[in-house]
Design a protein around this ligand. Sequence first.
Ligand code: F6P
Length: 322
Amino acid sequence: MNTIAVMTSGGDAPGMNSAIRAVVRTAIGAEMEVLGIRRGYSGLLEGDLIPMDAASVGNILQKGGTVLGTSRCAEFLKPEIRQEAANILRRKHVDGLVVIGGNGSFNGAYQLHQEHDIPVVGVPGTIDNDIQGTHYTIGFDTAVETGVYAVDKIRDTANAHDRIFLVEVMGRHSPAIAIHTGVCTGAEHVIHTPENTDYDTLVSGIRRGRKRGKNSFIIIVAEGQVPGSAYQVQKHLADNYQIASHVAILGHLQRGGSPTAHDRFIAASMGFHAVQALKTGEVATVTACRDGRIQLVPLQECLEKNDAIDAFSLNLTQQLAI
Ligand code: F6P
């Protein structure tokens, strides 16, 4: 393997730069050439590949976002477009590809391998922590940390005014960020599916809390399938229980910022293992985190989303908020 390429794809996640740095420097250490693909699959289709040396990834690992840029490329679902991508990779003499991203990006990589025999390795990178086959995805820890930082500030003003706040956090269909943020901020409740929320229990908790002198309530709402779900909860509380509340939507705030040490560390290890896997021919794999260490697992096992609810942690929030 002489030349490898690396890309970041899908939603950016803090820690991706640490993974890029590790891929580039591990490959250079193994005497390979490295090309950086800008803006994910969209950039690949435009042939936007740039040579990367050790200096090109200096002073980046503490930065949020991704120095390579990223994109969501719906076109890549078409086989004829993937054919074009494979042709470009061949023309550029790319012998192996590292894709840092979520399960949409992994699906694209899997097809490239299946249809065109491109050696690929996936590195899990998304704040949502929702990829099957790995216990951890780069960016999750930082996103939770940012959520906690924001909720702590909201708690101050909620306390000062005796208010109820509905704080909506990212995660697409996964409740993982919401549940972790809930436990770490002492939230009174976490709503992970607005449609199935037991409002009577939620409201009796608020009334009980008020009786014992609680003067602020934080309810974390997981961004769900319905856009603006926190506003729906607000309306439901007002219409059916005459309870007023404020809404704060954290949104993309949670995707930015300097990665935590945990994200930097995992990303560096995964980037290293991705290059090793290309070197040893263990391709069509993912650098998954399992049992506290990085292991190569078949890419095929990591194509689906994992939206499982961590029932223990969800319950923990409520148990401790009495
Ligand atoms: O997958 C990461 C994520 O931030 C989700 O939590 C969120 O639902 C989505 O991306 C937002 O995507 P975009 O930035 O493309 O609107």
